[in-house]
Design a protein. Structure first.
Lengths: 227, 441
C-alpha cells in the first residue's frame, strides 16, 4: 500500500514512516499542503494520512480543494484537535476517517487497511482471487491453501494488482506502489519482482499489456515452485 | 420578596396610614360638628317653645295643672322631648305623657342627665316666669352620629381600596420592562453568551442592558481565547507525546539500527515535551498570582551576565555584551529571577533567528528611572504583519523550532513587573528593547 503522509512535525513524521514501513506499507512524506498537492500530481497513492495543522495551509482547506477537484483518494485525518466540531468539520470536508494524536501505530495501520478494504468494496481484509488468498493486514498469502512466502516488495506488487483488479497499471504506477516516490529504483527492479511473483504464483498472475503496462491475471494453483 | 410586592407594601402602608389619620381627623370633626348641630337644635327648639309660650293669650302658669300640650301639637321634631315648668318647679306642659319622666331644670344651659336608665342631653332656658327644657336621648344622638359616620366612611374606604388596587396594577405595569428583562434572562441557556435583544426598554434600564451585553461579549471573547489556548496547549503537548509514543512503538517493531534510532527519537520527543511543559508552567506562574522570591537585589549588568551564562555553551560566545562606561549599579525594580528569565528568552530567541555564527548584541543603557536592555540579532527580521503575533502564546514563525512561548513569557513578565517591551524589525535584524524600572529608593 502506497501512503502519502502529510505531517509538518519531523519527529512525528519519522516515527509514522518508520512504523508503517515496519508494517509493510510504503510511505512518502511531505511537510506542507503545497508539497502534498504536488506529490499527488506526480505519483499515485492508495491512501493519504493528513495532519490538519500544516504550516502553509489548514489541512481541512487542502482536503476541501482536493475533493472539489474530484480527488477520490481515501484520506485519514490525523490531528491533535479533539473537539467534536473539529471532527465533524474534518469528516464533512471529505475525510474518510479521523484519528486523534497520540495514536497507536497498529491502529493507524489497521484503519488504513480498512479504508483500502472499503475502497475495494470488500467486507473482509482477506482478498480472494481464484485459488489465491492474500491478507494485507497480516501480510500472509496462500495459494490453494498453501502458505506462500512473499518478500515485502512482492507483497506490495501483488497488493497493487489485487486492489486494481481488471485495470491496467502502468510501470510507473506499480513502481510507486512498490517503492514509494522518493526511493531511487533501478530500471529493471520492477521486472525482477514481477518475475519472482510469476515464479511463486504462476506465470499468468501478472499479465503484460503491451505498450500500456500490467494487469492482474488468473492465479494458477498448479504452478510449482522450481526446486 | 418581589419588587412589585415590596413597592406595593411600602406605598400601600403609607396610603393606609395617611388615609387613616385623615379619616380620624375627619370623623372627630364630624362628630363634634354633629353634636354641636344637635345641641343647636335643642336650643332652637327651646327658643321656639319660649316664643310660643310668649304669644299665648294668657300666661301658661295661669291655666293650672292638667293642661297639656302634646308634642304633636307643637310640631317639635321627633325624638326631642320638651318640658315647660314654672319657676316654682311645677310642670306646666310637657311633650311626654309619662309623669315619672321629669327633666331636671334647676340650672339653665346644657346638661347630661340620666332618667330611668336612659341618658339624655338637655337644654334649659329661663324666660320670665317659666323654664323651658328641651332634651333628646343620647342613644338617638349616637345612632344619628353613627349613620352619618357610616355614610361618610363608605366612600373613603372605597377610595382607599381603589387606590391600593391601582397601586398594585400601576406598579406591575411600571415594572413590566424589568420583568421582561428578567424573563429573557431566565429563559436563556446557562452557557448562552449572545447579547440580549430587548426592544423599547426604558432609559433607566438601557445602561443595564448595554453593560450586560458588553459583559456577555467580553466573557465570550475570553472564553474563546481560553478555548483557543487550551486547544493550542493540547496540541503542543500532544505533538511531542505522539512522537514519543510512535517512536516507542516503532522501537518495539524493529531491531538493530532502526530500534536505536527510534529510541533516540523518542528521547528527543521527551525533551521537547519537557521544554514545553516547563515553559507552560513558568507562564502560568508569571501570569498567576504566585509570588516570586525577590532574591538579592541585582544590578542590570549582573542580570545581563547571568542571562548570557544560561545560553547554550556552544552559542554563548556569540552574545556580545555592551555596557556603557558609567552604568549606575542601581538595583532593578523586579525579582532578579524574572529579569534573568526574560533576558534569557530574548537572547535565546535572537540566537535561534540569526544565521549560524552571527553575533547577538545585548546593549545596556540608562534612561530616566529605568534601564533599557536591547537585544539585537542579525537575522532576517520579521514581517510587519507578524509583529503583533510575536508575543501571542504558541505563535511561531514558519521557520521557528521553539515552542512558541518564549516571547509570551517575556510579555507576561513585562506586564507583571511594570516593564515595557518593544520590537523594532528592520531588514538587517530584529531589535527588542526591554525597559526595567529601577527599584524605588
Amino acid at each position: 500500500m502506497h501512503v502519502l503522509l502529510c505531517e509538518d512535525d519531523d519527529l512525528i513524521a519519522s516515527g509514522i514512516v518508520a512504523g508503517l514501513n515496519a508494517q509493510g506499507l510504503n510511505v512518502d512524506r511531505v511537510a506542507t499542503a503545497s508539497a502534498a498537492q504536488a506529490m499527488l500530481q506526480a505519483a499515485s497513492f492508495d491512501v493519504m494520512v493528513l495532519d490538519l495543522g500544516l504550516p502553509d495551509e489548514d489541512g481541512i482547506k487542502l482536503l476541501q480543494r482536493l475533493r472539489h477537484k474530484g480527488e477520490a483518494l481515501p484520506v485519514l485525518v490525523l490531528t491533535a484537535r479533539d473537539s467534536v466540531s473539529d471532527r465533524v468539520a474534518g469528516l464533512q470536508a471529505g475525510a474518510d476517517d479521523y484519528l486523534l494524536k497520540p495514536f497507536d501505530l497498529r491502529e493507524l495501520c489497521a484503519r488504513l487497511h480498512t479504508l483500502q478494504r472499503r475502497v475495494a468494496g470488500r467486507t473482509l481484509n482477506m482478498i480472494e482471487h481464484g485459488p489465491l488468498q492474500h491478507d494485507p493486514s497480516t501480510r500472509q498469502t496462500w495459494l490453494a491453501g498453501q502458505a506462500v512466502d512473499l518478500s515485502r516488495r512482492e507483497q506490495a506488487l501483488l497488493y497493487a494488482l489485487l486492489q486494481n483488479r481488471g485495470r491496467v497499471l502502468s510501470g510507473e504506477q506499480l513502481k510507486d506502489s512498490v517503492y514509494g516516490f522518493s526511493d531511487e529504483v533501478e530500471s529493471n527492479a520492477l521486472n525482477v519482482h514481477i518475475h519472482h511473483l510469476r515464479r511463486k504464483l504462476g506465470n499468468g498472475i501478472v499479465e503484460t499489456v503491451r505498450g500500456l503496462g500490467y494487469r492482474l491475471g488468473p492465479a494458477q494453483a498448479a504452478a510449482q515452485e522450481p526446486q | 420578596m418581589s419588587l412589585r410586592l415590596r413597592l406595593s407594601l411600602i406605598l400601600g402602608t403609607a396610603f393606609v396610614l395617611i388615609w387613616a389619620l385623615a379619616a380620624t381627623w375627619m370623623f372627630r370633626d364630624l362628630r363634634s360638628q354633629m353634636m354641636f348641630s344637635l345641641d343647636q337644635r335643642l336650643v332652637a327648639s327651646a327658643r321656639m317653645v319660649a316664643g310660643l309660650v310668649d304669644r299665648l293669650p294668657q300666661p301658661l302658669s295661669a291655666q293650672g295643672e292638667g293642661t297639656r300640650f302634646s308634642a304633636d301639637q307643637w310640631s317639635i321634631p321627633d325624638g326631642i322631648a320638651c318640658q315647660v315648668s314654672s319657676l316654682r318647679g311645677e310642670i306646666l306642659a310637657r311633650s311626654h305623657g309619662n309623669a315619672d319622666q321629669v327633666l331636671d331644670d334647676q340650672r339653665t344651659g346644657f346638661h347630661d342627665q340620666e332618667i330611668e336608665g336612659e341618658h339624655w342631653r338637655s337644654f334649659t332656658l329661663a324666660r320670665d316666669d317659666v323654664r323651658i327644657t328641651t332634651a333628646d336621648r343620647e342613644l338617638e344622638r349616637e345612632a344619628l352620629n353613627r349613620s352619618v359616620l357610616l355614610a361618610a366612611s363608605a366612600p373613603v374606604l372605597m377610595a382607599l381600596l381603589g387606590s391600593i388596587a391601582m397601586l398594585w396594577l400601576g406598579i406591575g405595569k411600571g415594572l413590566a420592562p424589568l420583568n421582561r428583562m428578567c424573563e429573557a434572562l431566565r429563559k436563556r441557556d446557562v452557557d448562552a453568551l449572545e447579547p440580549l435583544a430587548l426592544k423599547s426598554l426604558p432609559s433607566e434600564l438601557q445602561p443595564l442592558l448595554e453593560t450586560q451585553n458588553q459583559l456577555f461579549l467580553r466573557i465570550g471573547r475570553t472564553l474563546e481565547r481560553e478555548r483557543q489556548l487550551t486547544g493550542d496547549a493540547a496540541h503542543e503537548l500532544r505533538s511531542p507525546l505522539t512522537a514519543i509514543k510512535t517512536h516507542l512503538q516503532v522501537a518495539r517493531m524493529t531491531a538493530g539500527l532502526a530500534h536505536e534510532q527510534a529510541l533516540g527519537h523518542a528521547e528527543e520527543g521527551a525533551d521537547r515535551l519537557q521544554r514545553t511543559l516547563e515553559q507552560l508552567l513558568l507562564l502560568a506562574r508569571v501570569e498567576g498570582s504566585l509570588s516570586f522570591d525577590d532574591g538579592a537585589p541585582c544590578s542590570a549588568e549582573r542580570v545581563a551576565r547571568l542571562a548570557i551564562g544560561d545560553a547554550r555553551p556552544e552559542d554563548r560566545w556569540r552574545v556580545e555584551l555592551h555596557v556603557p562606561p558609567r552604568l549606575p549599579s542601581i538595583a532593578l525594580g523586579m525579582p532578579s529571577t524574572l529579569a534573568v528569565q526574560a533576558l534569557r528568552n530574548l537572547i535565546d530567541n535572537a540566537l535561534r533567528h540569526s544565521p549560524d555564527q552571527a553575533p547577538v548584541w545585548l546593549t545596556l543603557a540608562t534612561e530616566p528611572g529605568c534601564v533599557c536592555f536591547t537585544v539585537r540579532d542579525f537575522g532576517p527580521g520579521i514581517a510587519a504583519q507578524d509583529l503583533e503575533h510575536l508575543t501571542q502564546r504558541f505563535w511561531r514563525s514558519r521557520s521557528s523550532t521553539g515552542c512558541g512561548l518564549g516571547l509570551a513569557i517575556v510579555q507576561a513578565i513585562a506586564q507583571r513587573c511594570g516593564c515595557t517591551l518593544h520590537f523594532d524589525s528592520t531588514e538587517d535584524g530584529l531589535r527588542v528593547s526591554f525597559k526595567v524600572p529601577f527599584r524605588p529608593v
